[in-house]
Design a protein around this ligand. Structure first.
Ligand code: ADP
Length: 192
């Protein structure tokens, strides 16, 4: 079982590395942003509910997100592990995740903290805005997302450090180098 959690700011490369880790280990990449974008694209009830928040770069309410993750981790394809990306994002979500993983007997193998200078993250987001045209990559939504990251999500680093399975990853390097470091961290975590 390989249960990986990715933490770090927007633009750190969590999505890119999350997909690589998932493919390498044959486990799903559970990315809440992707799940919400799919719901919005479908025009489902959930999509209609979250769209205005998403577009503004604001956070979707905790109870909605917790339910979404609870349902997702109940699916069979996560039995051998998962790469969780984009959740938890608030202290309440972290507490709910601790409780859920306890309940289903799936402790986190490792928490990877993606580290990179803020100006690099901002530059990457600016470039992605040009390439992909994501609805929440407007300058104002980017500012909101980074502010909420610092206020709500960054404190979770200490939460997981205190639990002893946090590993820092220097994310300001080429994709293959970052992935190499992650693979090493996963091997070490697995033998511990
Ligand atoms: P990024 O990390 O670049 O902001 P994501 O794709 O992870 O992008 O998330 C995009 C948006 O989806 C967030 O700005 C927020 O509106 C919503 N979202 C994703 N995950 C969560 C979560 N765990 N809690 C609340 N909102 C979330």
């Amino acid at each position: 079982m390989l249960n990986v959690l990715l933490l770090g700011p927007q633009g750190a490369g969590k999505g890119t590395q999350g997909k690589l880790v998932a493919a390498e280990h044959g486990i799903p990449h559970v990315a809440t942003g992707d799940m919400l974008r799919a719901a919005i694209a479908d025009g489902s009830e959930l999509g209609r509910q979250v769209r205005p928040l998403y577009d503004a770069g604001r956070l979707v309410p905790d109870d909605l997100m917790i339910e979404l993750i609870r349902d997702r981790l109940a699916r069979e394809d996560t039995a051998e592990g998962f790469v969780l990306d984009g959740f938890p994002r608030t202290p309440a979500q972290a507490a709910a995740l601790d409780e859920l993983l306890d309940e289903i007997g799936r402790p986190l193998t490792v928490v990877l903290e993606f580290q990179l200078p803020e100006e690099v993250a901002i530059e990457r987001l600016r470039r992605r805005a040009e390439d992909e045209g994501r609805a929440d990559d407007t300058p104002e939504a980017i500012r909101t997302r980074l502010r909420l990251y610092h206020e709500e999500t960054e404190p979770l680093i200490e939460h997981y450090r205190a639990r002893g399975n946090l590993v820092g990853v220097r994310a300001d390097r080429p994709v293959a180098e970052v992935f190499g470091d992650i693979q090493q961290a996963l091997e070490q975590a697995a033998v511990r």
